[in-house]
Design a protein around this ligand. Structure first.
Ligand code: ADP
Length: 256
């Protein structure tokens, strides 16, 4: 009966192993689908500006369009779009690579956020958006990469700026919540519908292609932000109401 027991045990083990292999296979399949989608998206994003540039150049060669400043500016805009896209992709790849490029430094978060806000205030005044900042009394210290932190804050605030009309309001709030720093960026902008909300952190996702093309977005910004935050055990959430506004919350582990 010992042999029977061994057999049963090994059958169980094989069963468990089989289950694990199946789970792994499903995971790999999902990753493969994502990888293919990313490649297709990158190809699409590169093709659009390239096709425009190509059409201009062919029109110049055929003599049906004059090489004037306006047309050259249009080409230049498409080139800038390509440059922006490539640098976004590079940043995403770096963020996904995780820690190697991450240089943790002690940061006084209050000062850091305050200086970012100061740097942006003119932009907001010019668009007639009220930008206000609420800071806690206590100091909050983080061990974080300065460039990464800058990227996170700049991206969220610049999205709030892009998607809020003149006369609107953007509020940035910083506070301590248990062992985390909580940064809230809230706007009274156009908002995001419940259907779109789950996808906004995906690479290349844009709620309205034509609208965001005008604002110059690539749809990669939030994917980078999420990657940077989660790689450091932080959390990002979003809440939004169409036509009312959007609120992003970021929790980052603090240094006691
Ligand atoms: P983009 O470069 O296009 O802004 P992001 O990854 O930063 O790309 O954002 C993805 C999409 O999420 C945007 O295209 C926009 O549709 C939506 N979005 C992001 N932030 C906001 C916001 N504060 N208000 C409304 N929509 C937003």
């Amino acid at each position: 009966d010992l042999s029977q027991r061994v057999e049963v045990t090994s059958k169980d083990e094989i069963g468990v192993l089989g289950e694990q292999v199946n789970q792994l296979a499903t995971k790999l399949q999902k990753l493969e689908i994502l990888r293919k989608k990313l490649t297709a998206d990158v190809a699409h994003e590169l093709r659009t500006p390239l096709t425009t540039i190509q059409s201009y150049i062919e029109a110049f060669q055929d003599g049906v369009m004059s090489i004037d400043e306006g047309n050259l500016n249009s080409i230049h805009e498409e080139v800038l779009r390509l440059v922006g896209l490539v640098s976004d992709l590079q940043e995403l790849a770096i963020a996904e690579g995780g820690k190697p490029n991450f240089k943790a430094e002690l940061i006084n978060l209050k000062k850091f956020v305050q200086s970012r806000i100061n740097g942006l205030s003119k932009l907001f005044t010019d668009k007639d958006i009220d930008l206000n900042l609420t800071l806690p009394n206590e100091d909050i210290k983080l061990e974080f990469d300065k460039k990464a932190l800058n990227k996170i804050i700049r991206n969220l605030i610049s999205n709030a700026y892009k998607y809020t009309n003149s006369g609107g309001k953007v509020s940035v709030n910083l506070k301590k919540q248990e062992d985390k720093a909580l940064i809230t960026v809230r706007d009274t902008g156009i908002g995001i519908s419940k259907e779109e909300l789950p996808y906004i952190f995906e690479r290349f996702y844009r709620v309205d292609e034509s609208r965001t093309r005008e604002t110059g977005g690539t749809g990669i910004g939030l994917a980078i932000v999420k990657e940077l935050i989660e790689s450091q055990n932080g959390i990002i959430t979003v809440d939004s109401e169409l036509g009312e506004g959007t609120e992003f919350k970021v929790w980052l582990p603090i240094k006691e």
